[in-house]
Design a protein around this ligand. Structure first.
Ligand code: ZN
Length: 446
């Protein structure tokens, strides 16, 4: 970095070479800081307004590095690089973990508050991967066989628990306050518990179907909106619940942090090299299950059968009550539900992406791919679709015309009950001092 004349790069092997991203840019900023004797570089390449936020960004990244290394212990590298790219193009966005770096691309500009927050949240996620995934990894994740897909049942651990800890560490680092963190977890509960696929697809099954879920491109139409869930939010909630169950059942003596550290010790740090590729051989999903029971000192096999390999609702109430919180479930506030998801990027206007099972849209005979042309005889676009629909109430008869292939068809949409729920984590009115103390211990830097 900061070099303009380097023409050659050398790597010990192919895997490490392709795990070392490079950004070439005409201008960027480079800042450094140290935590626990390790050097961190922050490279920023930015389009769009910055609002003078580069210095604050580096300070906040340092807080995240401190919080996460406090949990794991010092990482084994000498230096690590955050490659941050603000594209300001409203479409590019990604975060990718690497052995000694991460590359994060934001679609917006650094000056926008939500972009700033999203950058830090992504930093907290990707930096957690230094341990969970890049080194402590499912057995299928390296050494790589580049000739076939690397299917694993453990992505809910690799990505889902990283999602959980990314958000938790936004709180532990002091970037989020407690209510912001709990609101984020409530949003995840909303997305999972309102998804019809939650009662059909388990966390392990979701992990195995990753090639069809994580940014997969489908040439043929699928019904995944009704049948699948993502291991990111599902794993995040299993992490939240597991952590609180372990803390509660051990009176605060142990936590999921202890599970992660023991896994890291056992399957990475203290494992001999099985191959040319890093230490250890990675873990099998049964080994993670065994370590949870060992650390907690009680049998967690039932939890894995019901909530990891099965689709039972996680025991949110028991878990949250240990830290003086509860989950409130209320009827969704929207006045009606039609169960139609629009295709965001359809060039032909208002096109239906998905139709939820058992919804008003399904009753009206609408299908994915249909293009809605008019409501009550007047032309409708994706921009005024919701406004126009909001003039009707539950039970009204809404005449719709739509195009399917080359035919123009008519139907009547009858908006139904709002079928979803709104979930909110809040303080338990009778929370005890002991429960509040457990909550403080959970949310502070470890
Ligand atoms: Zn990730």
């Amino acid at each position: 970095m900061d070099q303009t004349d380097q023409r050659e790069w050398k790597f010990p092997n192919w895997d490490i070479m392709i795990d070392t991203p490079t950004e070439i840019a005409p201008d960027w900023s480079h800042e450094e800081f140290q935590v626990q004797g390790k050097k961190y570089h922050v490279m920023v390449h930015s389009f769009g307004e910055e609002g003078g936020k580069r210095a604050a960004l580096v300070r906040d990244i340092k807080k995240i590095v401190r919080a996460e290394t406090a949990m794991w212990g010092a990482p084994e590298f000498d230096s690590y690089t955050f490659l941050l790219h603000f594209a300001a193009d409203d479409r590019s966005g990604d975060g990718m973990e690497h052995l000694t770096s991460t590359q994060i691309i934001q679609p917006g500009a650094l000056s926008e508050p939500e972009v700033y927050e999203s950058t830090l949240s992504t930093v907290a996620h990707e930096f957690f991967h230094v341990w969970n995934v890049k080194r402590l990894r499912p057995v299928e994740f390296g050494p790589w066989d580049f000739t076939r897909p690397a299917n694993t049942r453990s992505l809910w651990i690799a990505e889902g628990l990283t999602n959980y800890y990314g958000h938790l560490n936004m709180k532990r680092a002091g970037i989020w306050d407690e209510s912001r963190f709990l609101r984020r977890e409530s949003e995840t509960i909303n997305s999972i518990e309102n998804a019809p696929g939650s009662r059909l697809m388990s966390a392990e099954e979701s992990s195995l179907t990753a090639p069809f879920i994580d940014r997969a491109h489908h040439i043929q139409r699928t019904n995944q909106a009704n049948t699948s869930i993502s291991y990111y939010p599902k794993g995040e909630l299993l992490g939240l619940v597991l952590d609180l169950l372990i803390r509660g059942r051990t009176d605060g003596q142990k936590s999921l942090d202890d599970v992660m550290r023991r896994m890291y010790d056992q399957f990475y740090l203290n494992s001999p090299n099985a191959t040319y590729y890093l230490r250890g051989r990675g873990y099998h999903s049964e080994e993670f299950q065994r370590v949870v029971s060992e650390v907690a000192g009680t049998d967690f096999n039932d939890f894995f059968t019901r909530h990891v390999r099965g689709v039972d609702v996680p025991p949110y109430d028991e878990a949250l009550s240990y830290v003086g919180l509860r989950l409130v479930r209320e009827q969704a506030r929207e006045p009606y539900s039609v169960g139609l998801m629009l295709n965001a990027s359809s060039p032909q206007g208002l096109s239906i992406g998905n139709v939820l099972n058992g919804s008003a849209g399904e009753d009206a005979g609408l299908q994915p791919g249909d293009q809605i042309l008019t409501i009550d005889g007047k032309k409708v676009t994706s921009r005024d679709w919701l406004n126009r629909l909001n003039r009707y109430q539950q039970g009204d008869r809404v005449p719709i015309s739509f195009k399917r292939d080359r035919r123009t068809l008519q139907t009547t949409l009858v908006p139904g009950d709002p079928d979803g729920f709104e979930y909110r984590i809040e303080e338990k009115p009778d929370a005890t001092a002991g429960q509040k103390a457990l909550r403080v211990a959970w949310l502070k830097v470890q």
